[in-house]
Design a protein around this ligand. Structure first.
Ligand SMILES: *Cc1c(COP(=O)(O)O)cnc(C)c1O
Length: 232
């Protein structure tokens, strides 16, 4: 199958999954994770109708953004302070923020660039060796970001466990629940939290994430590899 056929099939699946859970198809953004492919494949993806791309390395994000500046580039990788300058301003959204010191640095860089940087906070669903915050660590981080004029928290991101569909389900449900807890907690203080975005679901589980309210699925192999099967 060509890239366009795979993408069209995924779009149809996503639209069907949205319909099945009473959601509008436009509520879920498909992000093509292009970290393993080069600009020729990005060009093919753009031609196929993909306009959101995800990268996990700052230098690659910068290179591909500069080759395709009018597409939307999402940073989904591990943040290293000294490389943030390549990311802030180029990334429409940084999905993987979880350290206050990184938020401070993003704030300074965004201030200097005269922009407000949209971010998601990464939640770690109790798995070892994974980045992100636990639910109990989240309020302090959200409060920290409230104090930064050039950082806007738009929602939460998570990587689900890969081992079993049941665990992934439980994890997606948990992230939706954590979002609700945060809204209530801050709502009780009179603060309205814009946590509208939930970035969850990858090649193996994007369809599973939709009933739980995913608004962004990050799909790499199912779009860019012609040997990888589709979800479901
Ligand atoms: C690589 C990556 C993806 C895409 O993974 P696939 O399984 O290829 O769809 C999604 N999110 C993050 C954070 C990644 O690093």
């Amino acid at each position: 199958m060509a890239l366009k056929d795979r993408y069209d099939a995924i779009r149809t699946q996503v639209a069907d999954a949205c319909a099945a859970s009473g959601r509008d198809a436009s509520a879920v953004r498909i992000i093509g994770v292009s970290k393993t492919v080069d600009v020729d494949a990005v060009a093919e993806a753009v031609a196929a109708g993909i306009h959101d791309f995800g990268e996990n390395r700052p230098d690659e994000l910068a290179r591909k953004h500069d080759a395709f500046p009018s597409e939307r580039w999402h940073f989904i990788g591990n943040i290293q302070s000294r490389h943030l300058k390549d990311v802030v301003g180029r990334a429409c959204l940084i999905h993987s923020l979880y350290r206050p010191s990184h938020a401070d640095k993003i704030d300074r860089l965004a201030d200097a660039a005269g922009i407000v940087q949209d971010v998601l906070i990464e939640v770690n669903d109790g798995e070892e060796n994974k980045q992100g915050l636990s639910a109990s660590e989240l309020p302090a981080m959200i409060e920290h970001c409230f104090g930064l004029a050039h950082v806007r928290v738009r929602g939460l991101m998570m990587m689900a466990p890969k081992d079993s569909p049941e665990e992934a389900d439980a994890s997606f449900a948990r992230l939706a629940c954590i979002r609700e807890e945060m809204r209530q907690r801050f709502g009780a203080q009179g603060l309205t939290l814009d946590l509208d975005e939930l970035s969850m679901g990858m090649s193996d589980d994007y369809l599973q994430a939709i009933p739980y309210g995913s608004t962004m699925v990050r799909i790499g192999r199912a779009i860019f590899s012609d040997t990888y099967g589709l979800c479901g």
